[in-house]
Ligand binder design. Sequence first.
Ligand code: CO8
Length: 263
Amino acid sequence: MSTQYTNILTSRPEPGVALITLNRPKALNALSSLLLNELSQALKEFDRDPQVGAIVVTGSEKVFAAGVDIKELTNIQYADMIKGHWLGKDWPDLTRIQKPIIAAVSGFAIGGGCELAMMCDIILASPTAKFGQPEIELGVIPGGGATQRLTHAIGKSRAMEIILTGRHFSAEEAEKWGLISRVVGDGEGVVVKDAVEMAKTIASKGQISVQAAKETVNAAYELSLAEGLRLERRLFHGLFATQDQKEGMAAFTEKRKAVFTHL
Ligand code: CO8
């Protein structure tokens, strides 16, 4: 039986696809300790599940997430943070998931909400999506990765503008700047439907090559070109030890669809 959560909903809308819906509507899906803890638990659970090939994370039509729960942060002390006694402790776990994660964003993806979307592998957004890093208004700076990930994605000048002014930016801007993969069509639920469809396509591939592809693309953000190319070559070589490579290439020559066994 799957785990019951309070601040998130989980489901399996298609074979191979897990869907996690952030669900604190009254607080605009603010990322409380409980929500982050549940999200981290659910992601790990799906990552371990051989039936799951890709994961979609979404919010509601109005909001993906309005950031970390400010009410939990107000009275927190430096010492609590250093000792890990605060909601940030589960945050790095979210980047250790091996399977691809697609963020389906409608409405506000602000502060930690925007950072959560950026920790995913692909972002799809509805035309209503609004992104932003307003931490400067609160007397702090982004703490969940935006100074690095946003800058890598959209460049220094735009990242500086967004982080120093705190202004929101639209789905259209996010697409133009390369932060998101694309803006989907208008209409309720369209972004989730498209994200689930994309996740289903990914889940139909061999899990070992999908995970290797995720690892090497993410390495492009951390390694030098020479190191990244070496990692890519080694993982490419390694895939020739899998049954999926034999099946994929045999299926091509036999003009049939490959049936991957993830071995
Ligand atoms: N935390 C707690 N509660 C929130 C948050 C939040 N981030 N955002 C909204 N809420 C609550 C409001 O307090 C309000 O509750 P109540 O009805 O009890 O007063 C309810 O949600 C509805 O909010 P609004 O009335 O403000 O709704 P609007 O539609 O008028 O406005 C906005 C929507 C523009 C999204 C607005 O709510 C807003 O600006 N929210 C705050 C956004 C923000 O500043 N986010 C950044 C937070 S700091 C952060 O994320 C740092 C990340 C560090 C990560 C570190 C690793 C863990």
